[in-house]
Ligand binder design. Sequence first.
Ligand SMILES: [Zn+2]
Length: 95
Amino acid sequence: MELRECQRLMARIYGERDAARGPERTLLWMLSEAGEVADAYIKNSKNLGPEFADLLAWMLSTCNVLGIDLQREFLSRYSAGCPRCGEIPCTCPAR
Ligand SMILES: [Zn+2]
């Protein structure tokens, strides 16, 4: 399943709820899921994988509410390599 299909699946499952919630609250939920990923990692939880899945689901929901095609944006930004140096692998100074 491509990322675009995953995003469409989230629209089918949660599209009406996401639209009713609106972009600001959906974005806040996405960020709270990022916190749950960090919490699962810190606690060495077996739920780390599912928490990442939830974070991606919320990211895709947020993109749906905002009208962003995440697959298109991702490929536009990264398919040719690092957006800064253009290399694969990246040759930018480590941050
Ligand atoms: Zn780079």
